[in-house]
Write a protein that binds this ligand. Structure first.
Ligand SMILES: Cc1cc2nc3c(=O)[nH]c(=O)nc-3n(C[C@H](O)[C@H](O)[C@H](O)COP(=O)(O)OP(=O)(O)OC[C@H]3O[C@@H](n4cnc5c(N)ncnc54)[C@H](O)[C@@H]3O)c2cc1C
Length: 289
C-alpha cells in the first residue's frame, strides 16, 4: 500500500514548525521517526495532506541534565540515543530497561521518544514509564509553553492533551529518589511485539529498610497508561515481604481496565498484571538500597 499524496515540509526551527502547523491546520501532521505515522499512512488510516518533518528542527534531539538533577529529553531524540547513554543507564535505569522492550533495534534507531508519547498507543511501554517516573511534557504552541504531567497527557487511545496547533518539544524526567529501585517487565508474544501487559515499578526504602515510597504503572492495561496508586500506598511502611508484595500486586489488578486484544482477553491481562507486578516489585525492592 502507498500513502495518499502529501506535501513534505522540513522547517529548521521550532517556531517555523509551529507556524506551518498553524497555516495548514489539521490537514498537517508532524513526523518524527515515522515508525507509527508512515505505517498508518501506508494503510491510509492517516492521510495528512502535509507532513511537517521535525528532523531538521534544531535543539529537539538532545539529552540535557538540569541543575535539579532532572533529565530534559528533546522530543525527536531517538530511542537508541537514550538507550545507549551511560548517564541515563546509571541515573534512570528504568528508561533503559523499558526501551529494550520497545520494538526492534532497527525501529529504535529511527523512532523517537516524543513521537511515541504523542502517538499514545495504550500498549506502548514508554507512556507507562513516564507515569511511573513522574515525567512532564514540555508543550509548545502559539500561546507559549506549558508543562503537562504524564498523568494528564494521555487522554484516550491514540489521543493526548496536545491542542491541534501545539507540539511536544521535550520530556522532563525528574531525578529518581535517592537509593530507589526500579524495574520494568512485560509479556509479549514475541520479542519486540507490543506488550500483552507491562509494568513499571519504583520503590524507595527508608533508613530502616521499610518502604517509604512506591509507584506502579501499567501498559496495555486500559485506554491510557494506568497507575495503581492504591496498591502502591499499601506498600508504604511495610518491610516489602513476599506476602506484602503479593497483596499489593493482587490489589493492583482491580485498579486497571484492560480492554483485551486479539492476543489476550481482559481476564488474562489482569492475571498477567498481578504476576508481573509481584515480580517487578520484588526486583525493584532488591535493587532499592
Ligand atoms: C514493527 C514495529 C514494531 C513496533 N513495536 C513497538 C512496541 O513494541 N512498543 C512501542 O511502544 N512502539 C512500537 N512501535 C512504534 C514505535 O515505537 C514508533 O517509533 C513510535 O510509536 C512513534 O515514534 P516516531 O518517532 O516513529 O513517531 P512518528 O511515527 O513520526 O509520529 C507518531 C505520531 O506522533 C506525532 N508526533 C510526532 N512527534 C511529535 C511532536 N514532537 N509533537 C506533536 N506530535 C508529534 C505524529 O504526528 C504522529 O501522529 C513499533 C513500530 C513498528 C514499525
Amino acid at each position: 500500500m502507498k500513502p495518499a499524496p502529501f506535501e513534505w515540509l522540513a522547517p529548521e526551527s521550532l517556531d517555523a514548525a509551529l507556524a506551518l502547523k498553524a497555516t495548514h491546520g489539521d490537514g498537517a501532521r508532524f513526523i518524527a521517526g515515522g515508525q507509527s505515522l508512515v505505517p498508518a499512512m501506508n494503510f491510509r488510516v492517516a492521510q495528512p495532506a502535509v507532513l511537517i518533518d521535525l528532523g531538521r528542527v534544531g535543539g529537539l534531539d538532545s539529552l540535557e541534565w538540569q541543575a535539579d538533577g532532572s533529565l530534559r529529553i528533546g522530543a525527536t531524540t531517538r530511542y537508541r540515543t537514550i538507550e545507549r547513554d551511560a548517564a541515563v543507564a546509571q541515573r534512570l535505569p528504568l528508561l533503559v530497561e523499558a526501551l529494550a522492550e520497545v520494538a526492534h533495534p532497527q525501529i529504535r534507531t529511527r523512532g523517537t521518544l516524543g513521537g511515541n508519547l504523542c502517538h499514545a498507543d495504550p500498549a506502548s511501554e514508554m507512556p507507562a514509564v513516564m507515569l511511573a517516573l513522574g515525567g512532564r511534557m514540555e508543550v509548545r504552541g502559539p500561546r507559549g509553553t506549558r508543562m503537562v504531567p504524564a498523568a494528564e497527557f494521555f487522554v484516550a487511545p491514540l489521543t493526548t492533551a496536545l491542542a491541534e496547533d501545539e507540539m511536544l518539544a521535550a520530556i522532563v524526567v525528574p531525578p529518581l529518589p535517592e537509593g530507589a529501585g526500579t524495574a520494568f517487565l512485560e509479556v509479549a508474544r514475541r520479542r519486540g511485539d507490543y506488550a500483552m501487559m507491562g509494568v513499571a515499578a519504583v520503590l524507595r526504602r527508608d533508613g530502616a529498610g521499610r518502604c517509604a515510597e512506591a509507584r506502579l504503572a501499567f501498559c496495555s492495561a486500559g485506554p491510557t497508561p494506568m497507575a495503581a496508586p492504591g496498591a502502591a500506598a499499601m506498600l508504604v511502611g511495610t518491610a516489602l515481604t513476599v506476602g506484602e508484595i503479593a497483596a499489593a500486586a493482587e490489589a493492583a489488578k482491580a485498579e486497571i481496565e484492560p480492554m483485551g486484544s486479539v492476543q489476550a482477553s481482559p481476564a488474562y491481562q489482569r492475571h498477567l498484571a498481578g504476576v508481573l507486578a509481584a515480580r517487578a516489585l520484588t526486583l525493584a525492592a532488591e535493587r532499592a538500597a
